[in-house]
Design a protein around this ligand. Structure first.
Ligand SMILES: [Mg+2]
Length: 231
């Protein structure tokens, strides 16, 4: 029987792509520039690639911040300092809180029935702040970030770190809900949790996703409202 939910934040409760685009626009504005046309597409591809490397433990978040925009600008043929741009981007991002449709409604619905927690790969203060600004922090008992635990999701150390705070719960009583097939679904299942894949990008799972294992979520939803059919 499920007693608790581990919610991912980005592209599950908060629309990270929307938050990132508005933050990049602000950073370009500071430089008197407009966002280049291919920016969104190039950002998503390079950023996703770098995050897969973080999940595998091949790269740190600090490492990502040093190379992300230099890689993006090189591809776009823009001559800007990627590290300085990253700083302005982070500042804008830390106050960005665009919600995914139905986020507040589903948290309101679940909060009476289950214990709710956040599991997210990002700096602790940034994620706490963004959830506060979105008005969603109040639904969670604890916010477990890689920043707080000291290891990235989905490493064993990350989940062991979360479970150390919850000795009264077993992993089979917890369901992870998130958009990442690697961090939330494959990682969650390997660590003994139930999983619900939020297929935010409407991906066909049979497509070649470059994954080393086949993801087998216990449940799949393509809108947050559908979670009511499961929990
Ligand atoms: Mg996510």
């Amino acid at each position: 029987m499920i007693k608790a939910v581990f919610f991912d934040i980005d592209n599950t409760l908060l629309d990270f792509n929307k938050c990132a685009f508005t933050s990049m626009e602000k950073a370009f504005e500071l430089r008197g520039m407009k966002s280049p046309a291919r920016l969104q597409q190039v950002f998503v591809r390079i950023n996703d690639c770098l995050w897969r490397r973080i999940e595998k433990g091949e790269l740190t978040r600090e490492g990502l911040q040093k190379i992300r925009f230099n890689l993006i600008f090189a591809e776009l043929g823009i001559e800007l300092d990627g590290i300085e741009f990253e700083r302005d981007f982070q500042e804008a991002l830390s106050i960005s809180s665009e919600k995914v449709d139905g986020a507040e409604d589903i948290l309101k619905y679940l909060s009476g029935k289950y214990r709710l927690f956040v599991t997210s790969n990002a700096p602790h203060s940034q994620q706490t702040n963004r959830l506060e600004l979105a008005g969603l922090a109040k639904y969670f008992e604890s916010i477990f970030t890689s920043g707080l635990i000291g290891h990235p999701k989905p490493s064993k150390d990350f989940f062991n770190g979360c479970m150390a705070f919850l000795p009264e719960l077993s992993r089979q009583e917890i369901i992870i809900i998130g958009d990442s097939l690697t961090a939330d679904i494959i990682g969650g299942a390997e660590n003994g949790f139930k999983t619900c894949w939020f297929n935010y990008g409407k991906i066909v799972i049979s497509e070649k996703l470059g994954l080393s294992k086949e993801p087998k979520p216990d449940y799949t939803v393509s809108s947050l409202g559908e979670i009511k059919n499961i929990l």
